[in-house]
Design a protein around this ligand. Structure first.
Ligand code: DAH
Length: 342
């Protein structure tokens, strides 16, 4: 008994003298005295050796000893702080870790830029499906089966049902909007398209387009030109020059392609414009009467224009991106460089 009392006294002195300046030392104190194999537990275990008549008094002593260790632990925690593991809780008053802020994808930045210009002209945004049927992607657009122009675009077909395919252009949305039967239509249709092309720095098997469609009575080629002039000036600046070249698309007649004076070299000739001074930016034309008819619109009453442009190329030119694959690799180091507000 004597020995135990002496031991207890020494322990009390040691506890009283303990200091801890950091959470690690506090944790060491806890393990040494209050842990499952700690000294408080082991002294408690001595109770069984205490003669019955002294048990009560001794119990009291041991209990006081335990309280001393616990109180000291609380006091040390207070001054030195506690690691989470020791307290089993999180200090909610600490400032939180910084939240990494995302940024807009450059394709979305460019799409929003294009779309917002047409929205200011009263064009409404609509979208269509990426898995499309032959009718909406080809046939209704005046490309019947075996039409040679179908070879212009290498199509991914759905194996289970060859009537389904991944749309090769956003022109399918033209058909879907016209089929709704609500006229006039003034729409702008952004989206992703797919073509079976070898992936390289310049081309990918999926990319993005923006389609435009305007159907009403008395819509003329002059309206088409005026709309696209406005777009180009807003997009590339007041000084940019524009030219239309006659072209062919099955769904428009007449058809044209529009070039803008190279916004890199200003028209004097550089690598981007292949020394021509011009950069091709879109295809357009007056909606073919067959297409209107396919959508139950009377071509004698209504006319319209349509246009379609890619998003990747203008985005690459604007942001100085030299490899189209970067857009879809999800490399944070690439993506975080685009912080523009739109
Ligand atoms: N669909 C064409 C393409 O993918 C682009 C296009 C050209 C769309 C002329 C049009 C248009 O609406 O009138 O290359």
């Amino acid at each position: 008994m004597e020995e135990l009392l002496k031991q207890l006294e020494a322990y009390r002195a040691e506890i009283n003298a303990s200091t801890a300046t950091d959470p690690k030392a506090v944790e060491e104190f806890r393990i040494k005295w209050l842990g499952t194999k700690g000294l408080v537990k082991s002294v408690m275990g001595e109770m069984k050796n205490v003669p019955a008549d002294q048990k009560k008094a001794f119990g009291q002593l041991l209990n006081d000893f335990k309280v001393l260790a616990e109180n000291k632990f609380e006091a040390l925690k207070e001054t030195a702080g506690t690691p989470e593991s020791a307290s089993g809780s999180i200090d909610l008053s600490l400032p939180a870790d910084e939240m990494p802020l995302g940024s807009r994808h450059p394709i979305n930045l460019m799409r929003n830029r294009i779309v917002s210009i047409f929205q200011r002209l009263g064009f409404a945004v609509a979208e269509g499906p990426e898995i499309e049927d032959d009718w909406h992607n080809f046939t209704a657009l005046n490309l019947p089966e075996h039409h040679p122009a179908r070879d212009m675009q290498d199509t991914f077909y759905v194996q289970q049902n060859p009537d389904w395919l991944l749309r090769t252009h956003t022109s399918n949305v033209q058909i879907r909007e016209m089929e709704k039967g609500k006229l006039p239509i003034r729409g702008i249709f952004p989206g992703r398209v797919y073509r079976n092309e070898t992936v390289s720095a310049r081309s990918h098997c999926f990319f993005h387009q923006v389609e435009g469609l305007y159907i009403d009575e008395n819509v003329s080629f002059a309206d088409l030109k005026q709309t696209l002039y406005f777009f180009v000036k807003e997009m590339y600046g007041k000084d940019v020059r524009v030219r239309f070249r006659p072209s062919y698309f099955p769904f428009t007649e007449p058809s044209a392609e529009m070039d803008v004076s190279c916004f890199i070299c200003g028209g004097s000739g550089c690598n981007i414009c292949k020394k021509t001074g011009w950069v091709e930016i879109l295809g357009c034309g007056m909606v073919h009467p067959n297409v209107l008819q396919n959508c139950n619109i009377d071509p004698n009453k209504y006319t319209g224009f349509a246009f379609g442009m890619g998003i990747e190329r203008p985005a690459m030119l604007k942001y100085g991106i030299n490899d189209i694959r970067l857009f879809s690799e999800n490399d944070i180091r690439f993506l975080k460089q685009f912080t523009a507000a739109i």
